[in-house]
Design a protein around this ligand. Structure first.
Ligand SMILES: Cc1cc2nc3c(=O)[nH]c(=O)nc-3n(C[C@H](O)[C@H](O)[C@H](O)COP(=O)(O)OP(=O)(O)OC[C@H]3O[C@@H](n4cnc5c(N)ncnc54)[C@H](O)[C@@H]3O)c2cc1C
Length: 406
């Protein structure tokens, strides 16, 4: 039986932990949130440095994610909607693809795949995937061939931060659909606003408190021992596995996001650009200050470009030059983020976790248990908190469980 005089402890103040804490508070449960880092938000944070605002890795927020919608938070974020198109850089030209109602003429361009392949992709979107297959196999089997090679593979590699052949077809399709039907954008002050505003709804988060071990319902932390009524471990999967003595740790993928600033206002809009010819390590690049003017000084353009694997700055600069069709020698590298364990990988055949409960009184939450997205993190936190509140209710009201004699 847990001690009702103790608070529930949430370990980690990323989106999963914040969502768990908010759900518990809404249910009237006393909570303490312990965060190892000195700042909150986990992977969704923005750093303000020398007049720039850098997100910790390029990401967009889908305002139509079910969890984001139910938090009813978008109107508090000064949200800037991004273009739902993507620019495909090819040899000496750029093709814009997106909603055919807006970009009708480019939809007919054969450089990015035939009309038949584009219809095949629409058919793929309304069909169903099988666990065990991977995203690439299904798109090729659907007949997307050149459209896949020129558009979908480069775009999706930037979304999954991994080659689509490494991603489970069911998990991958869910992410693809949410991009197609979504409303992507970012808060004017950067992605970190989502974490900041969410945290403001739950009161104080105790930052700089690292949990080192968990024994029963006692946490050993950098600030001493803490007893809990129940615990939700909402850390990354490696730390969760260590704290909870779980042997199986899933795979994660890493990336690097490079921020370059141009000495003048570059002529372009804020459409995301990918390389249809895969000529280098960059998976996507965007003139982020065209979407978020506050992310750079008024007389500069800030580019955010993400690469996979090891790459030198000169390789990045060379690839940027091919993708943007300009000499990038005068572009200044103003920040670089190496992000280890940026996203959990759901390899073919790997389904999401069935239960978030680990042992009596202890749950876990995080994107790696649900889906590799902000929505996945938020939903796992909320569901862990709901399972926990049911457990507390059952402890208070044991006769309501159906074992009451008639
Ligand atoms: C480069 C990049 C691009 C992305 N693009 C998108 C996108 O476009 N769309 C999308 O939906 N999602 C995207 N994502 C994914 C999304 O950001 C994550 O899925 C989500 O933020 C994960 O949240 P989380 O709470 O599960 O984990 P985390 O954010 O990792 O939070 C875990 C928290 O636990 C804390 N912690 C760890 N160990 C301890 C400890 N021992 N004690 C106390 N605290 C601890 C950590 O400091 C951290 O704050 C992207 C992610 C990255 C990195």
């Amino acid at each position: 039986m847990s001690d009702s005089s103790q608070p529930v402890i949430v370990v980690g103040a990323g989106l999963a932990g914040l969502s768990a804490a908010k759900t518990l508070i809404d249910a009237g449960v006393a909570v303490r949130v312990l965060e190892a880092s000195t700042t909150l938000g986990g992977r969704v944070q923005t750093d303000e440095i020398n007049g720039y605002r850098f997100d910790r890795g390029f990401q967009l927020i889908n305002a139509k994610y079910p969890e984001v919608e139910s938090l009813n938070i978008i109107n508090e974020l000064d949200f800037c909607y991004a273009s739902r198109a993507v620019d495909i850089a090819l040899e000496g030209s750029v093709v814009r693809l997106g909603d055919p109602r807006r970009y009708l003429t480019s939809a007919f361009r054969s450089q990015s795949g035939s009309m038949r392949e584009k219809f095949s992709f629409l058919k793929y979107l309304v069909s169903h995937s099988a666990h065990g297959s991977n995203v690439e196999s299904e798109l090729l089997a659907a007949g997307c061939n050149k459209l896949y090679a020129r558009v979908l593979r480069p775009f999706l590699t930037g979304v999954f931060l991994a080659h689509p052949s490494r991603v489970d077809a069911v998990s991958g399709r869910e992410i693809i659909k949410s991009f197609i039907s979504g409303a992507p954008g970012l808060p004017a002050m950067g992605a970190g606003e989502l974490s900041r505003v969410l945290a403001s709804k739950i009161g104080a988060v105790e930052t700089g408190v690292q949990v080192n071990a968990i024994s029963g319902l006692t946490l050993s932390t950098s600030h001493g021992e803490i007893s809990a009524r129940a615990i939700i471990v909402a850390t990354d999967q490696t730390t969760a596995a260590q704290l909870l003595e779980i042997e199986d740790v899933g795979e994660s993928v890493s990336c690097t996001t490079w921020f370059h600033s141009t000495p003048d206002l570059f002529e372009c809009d804020s459409t995301l650009r990918v390389d249809g010819l895969a000529r280098g390590p960059i998976v996507n690049s965007i003139a982020i200050s065209k979407l978020l003017p506050l992310s750079a000084p008024a007389d500069r353009t800030l580019f955010s470009s993400t690469s996979l694997g090891h790459a030198s700055e000169s390789e990045i600069r060379r690839h940027l030059s091919l993708m943007w069709g300009v000499d990038t020698a005068s572009w200044e590298l103003v920040a670089k983020y190496d992000i280890k364990n940026a996203l959990p990988l759901f390899p073919p055949g790997q389904a999401r976790a069935q239960s978030l409960s680990v042992k009596p009184g202890v749950w876990r939450a995080g994107d790696y248990l649900s889906s590799a997205s902000q929505n996945g993190a938020l939903v796992s936190g909320r569901l862990a908190a709901l399972e926990l509140t049911n457990f507390l209710r059952e402890q208070r009201e044991p006769t309501l469980r159906g074992d009451n004699p008639k």
